[in-house]
Design a protein around this ligand. Structure first.
Ligand SMILES: [Zn+2]
Length: 297
């Protein structure tokens, strides 16, 4: 069984002034067929992550309403992680979004919140953002942070805001708030593990890097084992699109690599193999621990 903790399945790129409100607006969308295919594939849950860029670049990945609708209509097979830009166009607390946030968590049952400091142009430790973290803490939902390099043009994604060391202060201030750092925080992966070692609420996902950099991924998983944080590493696909067959092929290819290829690379370098229990943790159990029972619907 597998949980994909980080996908953008059906959360395509939209202009932020024309966002989808439900799955009814999606082209060629047949939920019962999709759910049949997912259940045959052995995927337990698919987390869909929304990305709000309404103030910065006017582009959003999916929408909070779409993610909530998908979650509800699929009876929780899909899990929605919402997104809000925490600062307004004047760089002040985005109070409008903060108000909406409560509605989306309480009424629409979104299961977590995503922030991308680089795309959304804010420093993780900016105290103006703290009301968002406090809401997540109060509602006991996890945060997702994209603290990693980005493939976008440099001017659209300044690395200054992606620095992983800033996470340490959040770990100090919110020791019980579950946080997923996407993409193993590359290229600051070892720094991330050092923070994870002393902050048990911090998790990470291996999305996007598996096929692009298999040797780096293998080295990083060996490092995670050495730092004793491998029980907080989770599988994610980072799939962006709406083609269910393409999505399932990607999952199959990547999870097969984890199960059957990863240890071949690890052994080549003489590092200790990742055990079956640790592999099961990456594919399923660490995600269950991260969401702490909130995935049941
Ligand atoms: Zn992503």
């Amino acid at each position: 069984m597998v949980i994909d903790v980080h996908s953008h399945l059906f959360m395509e790129i939209y202009q932020c002034d024309n966002l989808p409100k439900s799955t009814s607006g999606l082209k060629n969308f047949d939920l019962s067929d999709i759910l049949k295919k997912i259940s045959k594939s052995g995927i337990e849950n698919i987390v869909v992550v929304v990305q709000d860029g309404s103030n910065t670049n006017k582009i959003c990945l999916g929408s909070n309403l779409l993610a909530a609708d998908l979650q509800s209509k699929s009876m929780g097979k899909f899990i929605g992680i919402g997104s809000f830009e925490p600062l307004d166009i004047y760089d002040n607390l985005n109070i409008e979004s903060l108000d909406k946030l409560e509605y989306f968590i309480e009424k629409m049952k979104l299961k977590g919140l995503f922030f991308s400091p680089s795309y959304q142009r804010f420093s993780l430790c900016n105290c103006k953002i703290y009301p968002f973290y406090l809401k997540a803490y109060d509602f006991n939902i996890p945060l997702y942070f994209h603290l990693a390099a980005l493939a976008s043009p440099a001017k659209l994604s300044p690395l200054e805001y992606g620095q992983i060391h800033l996470l340490d202060q959040i770990a100090i201030d919110f020791p019980k708030l579950k946080i997923n750092i996407e993409h193993m925080g590359f290229p600051w992966t070892e720094e991330l593990f050092a923070i994870m070692e002393h902050a048990e609420n911090i998790y990470t996902d291996i999305s996007e890097i598996i096929m692009r950099r298999p040797y780096v991924t293998a080295r990083n998983l060996a490092l995670a084992k050495e730092y004793k944080v491998i029980d907080r590493v989770m599988y994610g696909s980072d799939y962006l699109g709406s083609n269910i067959t393409e999505y399932l092929n990607k999952i199959e290819k990547e999870t097969d690599w984890i199960k059957f290829e990863l240890n071949n690379i690890i052994k080549k370098f003489g590092w200790p193999a990742i055990s079956d229990k640790e592999l099961d943790g990456i594919l399923l159990n660490n995600a269950l621990q991260f969401f702490n029972g909130t995935l049941s619907y």
